[in-house]
Write a protein that binds this ligand. Sequence first.
Ligand code: ADP
Ligand code: MG
Length: 574
Amino acid sequence: MHFNELNLSQEIITAVEELGFLEMTDIQKESIPLLMQGADVVGRSNTGTGKTAAFGIPAVESITEADRKSVAVLILCPTRELAMQACEEIRKFAKYKRIVKTTAIYGGASMERQIMELKRGANIVIGTPGRVMDHIRRRTLKLDKLRTVILDEADEMLNMGFREDIEAILSEIPEERQTVLFSATMPPEILAITEKYQREPVHIKIKSAQKTVESVKQFYFMVAMGRKTDALKLLLKAYSLEAVMVFCNTKKMVDELTEELVKSGIHAAGLHGDMKQIQRTQVMNSFKSKAITVLVATDVAARGIDVSGIDAVFNYDIPQDNEYYIHRIGRTGRAGHDGTAYTLITNRRQQYELKDIAKYVKADITELPLPEKADIIALKKDELVKNIAQMPSVQENCSDILDKLASMGIDYREIALRLINERLQKEIAGLPEFDMPKPLKKGKKSGAKTVKIDINIGRNKRIAPNFILGALVDATGMSGQDFGKIDIFDNHTTVEIPEDETDYILESTNSLKINGNKVEIKLYKGNSVSEKKSRKTEKQFKPDRRKSAYGNRKKADVFNDYIPNRRKRIKKRH
Ligand code: ADP
Ligand code: MG
């Protein structure tokens, strides 16, 4: 069904045609006519299905000469980016309808400017709940003439703790109004809002994400613990991707990963809720303009962000929610283009979680082996061949250099080789190694010969066995069971390891950090008598006794035992 089959004004049809929209999406087909009749609607449909137009087009259509000086439509969005994005898109629908004035109001930006724009007679206002409430309180946003309120991504707004603000706003506006709600999921809290604030709402549910997800090829990689960042760098290099989104579960991880990627010369930037608005806008603009190729983001910050032409999505962390997975991979493969989604997982448990996700999205998520360095070099060589073959031929201007070099006895072939090699080295510089010998045997054979390694960090740095073991497992990809007794002394720690893994362990831990401290690890040579004696007082820790060490207590409590400060803080609070 085409947009011109609806009863839309010519101004809007022209604008929509200019945007290249041909067919309406399902959610648009169902909701636009209802919204134009003034019905209360609850719309459920997945990300990337054109919900902004579904409510934006009727909103623009509804504005008349009478709305010149008052707000007629209020749209609430969970984040500043979404508010800005919705505002931009709605402005495009209103391109030929002069009386429509849209403005976006959100936190982290100048209040004065927003007040000015509101005063200039905005009739469609798009905002985040907190800032909208602010303006209502200051009486800089008057909603007494409001006809329609739209909650976009309602579930996410509730997740973000906007419930009170939303309810306050809904109680503030005229009762005679149209209330519209769009949400990807329908938890009880949403139903409660629906029942309380909507009148005989029509429920529209567009079936499942499959349509959006179908165009996305989905893969996963098994990566040794602690090597996800390296794996990601390798993959970014291997696939020569130009626009990539990487998802992490926490803001901290976004910051850390971004820093790591930037250090390796990748044009990456992070996006999360703790960043100032101006930074976030800058990041989004650089990503859109391709100055930044890798956008590292949290789920909330990236929710609904619509950038076209994203080649691939990486789940650096496995998403905490199946719906998040759909939202994440929906960033690629938009509007009929193909996209690819990769998930990095480090253990069996995550493999099961991913199986669950695959079932939920009804798609195959296939395991791929990490490319080896040699594969990448071969790939880069192929690319170089193509690149050089495509270069325009050079007539003059540098031939004098060539002649000079030749007169120095360096022949043409040698010159060419040197230059080509330089380019190749640039391409493959800093590629992480994944072809290190992996430990051969799994699990500690009883009776196998053991030796000890010595780590130059101990009680002085408030180190606990858990930290040591975790870091070793992370760095080596071996299992906790492979390591033996851990003895912590004042300023060093010894760990029992299987003798035949010594070289591997020393090699893979050579730039190890434990609890933020860079450490040095050596083979342990002999224990002094005094140490032996004092060892009775050490906390002794055997990984295979971990379970009983925790007993019925939560793991976090056990960790707290080793962090005096945190313990104190917790005590104080109670
Ligand atoms: P959602 O809010 O459901 O995640 P958006 O409203 O952000 O989706 O729309 C996703 C993309 O699809 C946008 O780039 C939008 O311009 C485009 N789009 C929306 N409707 C259509 C349509 N009928 N035809 C083509 N593209 C569309
Ligand atoms: Mg949206």
